[in-house]
Design a protein around this ligand. Structure first.
Ligand SMILES: [Zn+2]
Length: 397
């Protein structure tokens, strides 16, 4: 997100505190604090009698039994004929709908918020601004010491002054781009975060250095770099519809066509932008742009920008999905964006994003058909992450 300097000190302070500490506290608008989630761990698990939602085509199966072993889906078979392996832990899924775990593709998640994502069925996130202790959080979650979604981190933002956020990588001399990119690569980042005020010369130098080192780059359209140049340079994603707003109809049409032709992703973060700007006209314009991108076949990402105390971590993914629906995109397509398409962006096609044999067991279970009732996706009744099952609702049936 972009903040004018005058608007940023409070958020800056919150963000800085989040970066410098790992207190586990969760400031901001959180929907629920029900105590720590505890996993039921089992090497083999069967979810019986579930209806399986396939985001590929929006289809829903008759009742199935889904077997998970060693963190992967091994069987999706008819409930009436699929044998449950001996010793399997069984989740009764009768009257439930099973989807792939959801993916929030634009977050600034802090440690204390990690669990909120899992409670909302989000098993994976793209983290848009790396910082040193983020790697600790990633390790804690990977080891299972903390409940949270798998994190795919971008580097901290590369920008020119003014500084909006802590841990900004300031860069004004194109000659220093390669050493900065090398340093970020050495810290483990594979995708660079482009930010707001880079000059075109520095932008080009960062792009060249990233290409030379096999890294990708994504993020803002810098205000001084034309949208067409950002797209042509090969930036993987553009956040917040930077560069698309305020264009004439013909310029927008050209930009949309070029975006689709190059396969540039957009993460429009509609819900948080609405909340920050509170302008119905702007909100309409953003939704029209998103629909135009969708109609042109340009890839879209569902991302919330949560973690800066404006939207609720986790459940705000449904707010964002609702904005996409309001833009005129069918809900089944939006669910696809938040699962399979996001997995494709993350290089996990065939691994994540479907409930099918061979896929990782990243799953969310719902009490109603999510393709008919978007709101039900705020409150999954349970989540599977590998060999772990998180029951999120007392089963009163
Ligand atoms: Zn952001």
């Amino acid at each position: 997100m972009r903040l004018r300097p005058a608007a940023s000190p409070a958020l800056f302070l919150v963000f800085m505190l989040a970066c410098s500490s790992d207190s586990g506290t969760t400031p901001g608008p959180i929907d629920q604090v029900d105590g720590p989630l505890v996993a039921d761990v089992a090497p083999v698990r069967a979810l019986t009698n579930v209806r399986v939602v396939d985001p590929t085509d929006g289809s829903i199966t008759a009742p199935r039994t889904v077997i998970v072993a060693d963190g992967r889906i091994v069987t999706v078979g008819p409930a009436s004929t699929t044998a449950i392996p001996e010793g399997a832990s069984v989740v009764d899924g009768a009257g439930r709908w099973l989807t792939p775990g959801l993916i929030d593709m634009h977050v600034h998640m802090r440690a204390g918020e990690a669990e909120s994502y899992v409670r909302a069925g989000i098993t994976r996130v793209r983290h848009m601004w790396g910082y040193p202790t983020l790697w600790t959080l990633i390790d804690e979650i990977e080891r299972g010491d903390r409940v949270g979604p798998a994190i795919h981190p971008l580097s901290s933002g590369i920008d020119a002054p003014p500084v909006y956020w802590p841990v900004t990588q300031l860069l004004t001399d194109p000659a220093l781009a390669d050493s900065l990119v090398a340093e970020l690569a050495g810290r483990g980042y594979t995708e660079l975060k482009i930010y707001q005020d880079l000059s075109r010369e520095v932008y080009d130098a960062v792009v060249a250095a990233a290409r030379a080192r096999g890294l990708t780059w994504a993020g803002h359209k810098p205000s001084r770099v034309p949208l067409g140049h950002v797209i042509a340079s090969g930036q993987r994603s553009i956040e917040h519809l930077g560069g698309y707003l305020g264009l004439s109809a013909s310029a927008l049409s050209d930009a949309v066509q070029e975006t689709a032709r190059r396969g540039t992703w957009n993460a429009p973060t509609l819900a948080i932008q609405d909340r920050l700007q509170n302008s119905p006209a702007r909100a309409d314009e953003r939704r029209r742009i998103v629909k135009a991108l969708f109609d042109a076949g340009a890839p879209l990402l569902v991302g919330t920008d949560s973690g800066i105390d404006v939207t609720a971590p986790g459940t705000s993914l449904v707010d964002e999905m609702a904005e996409f629906v309001r833009a005129g995109i069918p809900l089944a397509h939006v669910v696809r964006m938040a699962t399979i398409d996001a997995a494709r962006y993350l290089g996990l096609e065939g691994e994540v994003g479907r409930v099918a044999p061979g896929y990782r067991a990243d799953l969310a279970l719902f009490a109603a058909n999510p393709l008919e009732h978007l709101e039900v996706m705020r409150t999954p009744v349970g989540v599977v992450m590998g060999d772990r099952w998180f029951a999120l609702e007392a089963d009163t049936r």
